[in-house]
Design a protein around this ligand. Structure first.
Ligand code: SF4
Length: 662
């Protein structure tokens, strides 16, 4: 047995650490924070996909319909030449970069640095598809776009409201914290559009009509205000704008909300009083809230609820639970088209010039770049000619992905840097083999903003290289200043310089301890991150979905996640243990709907929207009439809605569809 290495789990944003034996590649749970000796099936089998025979082993170049190996030197030289040529002909904004929520902080930091030094803010990552609506709402109200408290605080709150989020399948280890709180007497309230595994542990299970979250949140606030259960002192001293919310929620009586949401008025009253009288509480949410055209407003509504009760800081916390293991880090490192590192707006001249100085230039571009979800139309219009993708698979992960595939075909240059020949890589002109998570070192940031070091366990597969090495080669070839890194720690040290709270911290501390919180463990305990230190209430009204059920497409389609599976399946479908555990994917259909359509449990059915069709076997029950749910890992985004909310997140949780037995 060799000494096990500590590695960050490559899957969800909870951020468990794994102890991996370099000889056997067997995984055991790390005993410290945050996972405390626990792992879910994905973490336990995390090294299996690394050993897959499908790994990309050498750089590849497409020539017509043929793909042939090419040397690293030649690949980088040709890519550099084409990028410079496109910039010369069409300007820097004709090039776009997609960063990855699965690669390290250092690698995301480097890619956004390349984009900005190249002259464009066209840099984004898949946070756009999940919690960008949360970031926008949190910035607007509290001044900081991230989770407010650490997981450990969950154990001490008297109530936990879980909304549009199914941690029992998406972040199974966080359930340990929730259940500990429950054992101490905390009330668990779960709001979802179907019966989830998490509901098995709930005191209140609220099955809500899809897309009606604001009506419920406003009705809960209506009851709290009418019963005078709000925290007057907190509202008076630490917030602004309460009167507008008080006015706005007046019409959202529980009886009104019952008609909109389908949840009985008496239940709404009871839940509102229980949550308010608990005296402390957390709100946790997921894609069920954000992936709507009303995503930003949905999150604003639950932030209003937390502000009403003073449940932020000491008495509570807001937990937008992140999907991928480094989605928080990718965003914090500046891989977003509207923010510099640390979510600092591009318009903040002082910070922008400070970053520019560290990077050896005078200034950086100031115009917002394209959102990931806006790229496809820009490619279709000919505005974007080249796309450089690190570790993302938009040909499967984007809404209405057939349109995305058409756009990918039109690019003059597509470079994909990944560990497998993904569906997206099949369209690429150059495919660069990247090392997997345990073949390199670097830091990652989990959902609670804890930066953790991931150690190298084994040598890179084939001729693959860590993403930071590939990006260093590219930056150097492009003639960008400062791309002379010879170790990943040099990049860590550079991003540490951007954040005042990290200036006094050392990389050794990061490597040997339980991580470092950025900027600190708890946000907003004394004052908010707004210019005047006060949080803003923002009143919101119920917003209609973009597409509604009608005679032709009478059902609502939503997407869900499964415990043994992950995103587009590139990693988990190459893990034999997870494939065995997972079984066959099924579409959930209400029993009475199924009876009407002549569908039996296990029958093959076709689910069709205005964008296309998919086929899957049916599983009956656990979902209200009129709604069907498909696991999103199995190409469900072929048919989902591409309508975007204000933060650029698509409405993946609400499409009109029809269902028929095959
Ligand atoms: Fe990995 Fe998330 Fe499972 Fe932990 S809960 S082992 S981080 S997938």
């Amino acid at each position: 047995m060799s000494e096990p290495k500590t590695v960050v789990c490559p899957y969800c944003g909870f951020g468990c650490r794994l102890l991996v034996d370099p000889t056997t590649m067997r995984v055991k749970p790390y005993q410290g924070e945050p996972n405390r000796g626990k792992l879910c099936p994905k973490g336990l089998h995390a090294t299996e996909f690394v050993l897959s025979g499908d790994r990309l082993k050498r750089p590849l170049k497409r020539e017509g319909s043929k793909i042939r190996p090419i040397s690293w030197g030649q690949a980088i030289e040709e890519i550099e030449g084409k990028l410079l040529e496109i910039r010369e002909l069409y300007g820097p904004d004709a090039v776009a970069f997609i960063a990855s929520s699965k690669v390290s902080n250092e690698e995301n930091y480097l890619l956004q640095k390349i984009a900005r030094l190249f002259g464009t803010n066209n840099i984004d990552n898949c946070a756009r598809l999940c919690h960008e609506a949360s970031v926008h709402a949190l910035k607007m109200t509290l001044g900081a776009g991230a989770q407010t408290n650490p997981y450990e605080d969950l154990e001490g709150f008297n109530a936990i409201l879980i909304w549009g989020y199914n941690p029992a399948e998406t972040h199974p280890v966080v359930m340990d914290y929730i259940l500990k709180a429950r054992r101490k007497g905390a009330k668990i309230i779960v709001v979802d559009v179907r019966e989830t595994r998490t509901m098995a542990f709930a005191d209140y299970k609220l099955i809500i009509r899809p897309g009606t979250d604001i009506a419920l949140a406003n009705a809960v606030m209506n009851v709290i205000i009418l019963d005078e259960l709000y925290d007057e002192e907190f509202i008076k001293t630490r917030t602004a704008g309460f009167s507008k919310v008080r006015m706005a929620v007046r019409k959202y009586t529980p009886e009104y909300a019952e008609k909109v949401t389908g949840i009985p008025a008496e239940t709404i009253r009871e839940v509102a009083r229980t949550f308010a009288l608990a005296g402390s509480g957390a709100i946790m949410w997921g894609m069920g809230l954000t992936q709507h055209v009303s995503g930003v407003e949905n999150v604003l509504a639950i932030i209003d609820l937390a502000l009403l009760l003073g449940y932020i800081g000491e008495k509570g916390g807001l937990y937008p639970m992140r999907g991928q293991n480094n989605v928080q880090g990718a965003a914090y490192m500046g891989a977003l088209s509207e923010f510099l590192p640390g979510y600092v707006p591009l318009t903040d001249e002082r910070f922008r010039k400070r970053v520019a100085k560290i990077w050896g230039v005078e200034d950086l571009p100031t115009e917002r770049g394209l959102y990931l979800t806006e790229l496809w139309e820009a490619i279709e219009k000919g505005d974007v000619k080249a796309l450089y993708i690190v570790g993302e698979n938009p040909a499967v992960s984007e809404a209405d992905f057939l349109g995305v595939r058409n756009a990918l075909r039109k690019l003059d240059l597509l470079v994909v840097q990944d560990i497998f020949m993904t569906r997206t890589a099949r369209y690429a002109h150059y495919i660069l083999p990247a090392s997997a998570f345990c073949e390199k070192e670097g830091s990652y940031m989990n959902s609670e903003r804890r930066i953790q070091w991931s150690h190298k366990v084994c040598e890179p597969g084939g001729d693959s290289k860590p993403d930071w090495e590939i990006l260093t080669m590219l930056g150097r070839a492009l003639g960008l200043p400062g791309f002379d890194y010879s170790s990943v720690e040099e990049i860590t040290a550079e991003y540490f310089r951007l954040f005042p709270s990290l200036e006094e911290r050392s990389i050794e501390e990061l490597k040997n301890g339980d991580g470092i919180f950025l900027p600190r463990k708890r946000l907003h305990t004394w004052e908010f991150s707004t210019p005047d230190g006060k949080a803003r209430f923002i009143a919101v009204e119920q917003v209609q979905p973009w597409e509604r059920p009608d005679y032709e497409y009478p059902f609502i389609l939503t997407t869900i996640r499964l415990i043994s599976h992950y995103n587009t399946g590139e990693m988990t479908l190459r893990s034999p243990s997870l494939v065995r555990l997972m079984g066959e994917p099924r579409v959930l259909i209400n029993r009475s709907d199924a009876e009407r359509l002549g569908i039996h449990d296990g029958d093959w059915v076709e689910i069709e929207t205005r964008r296309g069709k998919i086929r899957m076997r049916a599983k009956l029950g656990g979902i209200p009439s009129g709604v069907v749910a498909v696991p999103f890992h199995f190409k469900a985004n072929k048919i989902t809605s591409p309508a975007l909310n204000k933060a650029g997140t698509p409405e993946l949780k609400f499409s009109a569809c029809r269902v028929r037995k095959l």
